[in-house]
Design a protein around this ligand. Structure first.
Ligand code: UDP
Ligand code: MN
Length: 347
């Protein structure tokens, strides 16, 4: 029998109560707030409820002096979540299923005025998703300690890597192959460190619906889905007729075999590892197409269609307005004020 301190017991109790409340809240939402989309996605309420319980648990601090692990607590609350969902009539098994599949979220990033804001928004979406490993690859020659501290603060499992854009591309006047060195670095990391799972190129300035992540988790080879706010068509998506892919809708086809957006596809780690030469080319405008072609043998007919046969938009290519770097601060005038602290955060 494990003995726990009173304060730890209180925290566990609090967590269990909060977890249960979260589950009830989710049930309330799924029953009334998102009637259209949720109707078809009802069978997937369970992982979402678990996500919320996991968030509640991530707030619990457990010292090294106890034998209770977060895993154990998560197990308990998972069972509660399953029981509540099950008893409400949803078709969810109360018994644990196969081990969860890890999603490797590959995010290139670089220092600029919008960086912290963009990453904060993205991280707080990822906090709602279970079983993810966030690969954040900085376009820089050395790791930024500030970025590392920011990533730590979110409580998401992450790996901070670096991959500078080669100077021959950085100094060009024309279009740059943005995020290519970063993504290739992540592909190599996955080859060396991951055994199975699903990988997704998720830029730091897009808007993600949390439901996207569970949608793509069962990708066997390569899955695709629509991306909103993309090119002059406002949309980049596979074209689907009678459940089958018949082409691609995108404002920029340009002879591409796979005219899709970076945020519009995911691939399985196994599939990637069987293609040791797959990589992204330094070719502005052709990064997605080049990468997907490099996955050969792979043909459009093999694409797994997601988001209810590509009828939902679960990711948006929002982009963030570019800001000028902030003005210099007069350090004498603002000596001993918060301004100097704040200036360390902004660019
Ligand atoms: N990026 C980078 N280095 C750069 C420019 C961009 O690492 O010099 C990253 C950026 O943070 C983003 C991805 O590459 O995650 C794509 O860049 P951006 O969002 O600017 O491209 P766009 O939205 O125009 O396709
Ligand atoms: Mn972008």
């Amino acid at each position: 029998m494990v003995t726990l301190s009173v304060s730890l017991q209180m925290r566990i109790l609090w967590t269990l109560v909060m977890g249960t409340l979260f589950v009830l809240l989710v049930q309330y939402q799924t029953s009334s707030v998102w009637p259209q989309q949720q109707a078809q996605m009802n069978s997937r309420v369970d992982p979402f409820a678990e996500d919320l319980v996991a968030i509640a648990l991530s707030k619990v601090e457990i010292g090294d002096d106890t034998t209770v692990s977060k895993e154990m607590l998560l197990g308990i609350t998972r069972q509660i979540a399953r029981y509540v969902v099950y008893s409400s009539g949803c078709s969810v098994s109360p018994i644990s299923g196969p081990p969860p599949i890890t999603l490797y979220i590959i995010t290139p990033t670089y220092r600029r005025p919008e960086q912290v804001a963009d990453l904060t928004r993205m991280a707080q979406t990822l906090m709602l998703v279970r079983d993810i490993h966030w690969l954040v690859i900085e376009d820089a020659k050395s790791k930024s300690p500030q970025l590392n501290a920011l990533l730590q603060s979110f409580g998401i499992k992450f790996t901070h890597l670096i991959a500078p854009m080669p100077s021959r591309y950085k100094n060009t006047r024309g279009a740059k192959p943005k995020g290519v060195a970063n993504r290739n670095r992540a592909l190599n990391w996955i080859r060396e460190n991951a055994n199975e799972g699903v990988a997704y190129f998720a830029d730091d300035d897009n808007t993600y619906d949390v439901r996207l992540f569970n949608e793509i988790r069962d990708t066997q080879r390569v899955s695709m889905w629509p991306v909103g706010l993309c090119t002059k068509t406002g949309l980049s998506t596979p074209i689907v007729r009678n459940g089958s892919l018949i082409g691609f809708y995108d404002g920029w086809i340009a002879n591409r075999k796979f005219p899709v957006d970076m945020a519009g596809f995911a691939f399985s780690v196994n599939f990637l590892k069987k293609r040791p030469h797959a990589k992204m080319p330094y070719k502005p405008g052709y990064e997605e197409d080049g990468f997907l072609r490099s996955l050969s043998p792979f043909e459009p007919r093999e694409i797994e269609l997601k988001a209810d046969n590509c009828t939902k938009i679960l990711v948006w290519h929002t982009q963030t307005k570019k800001n000028e770097p902030s003005l210099k601060v007069n350090v004498e005038k603002y000596n001993n004020t918060n301004i100097l602290e704040l200036k360390k955060i902004i660019v």
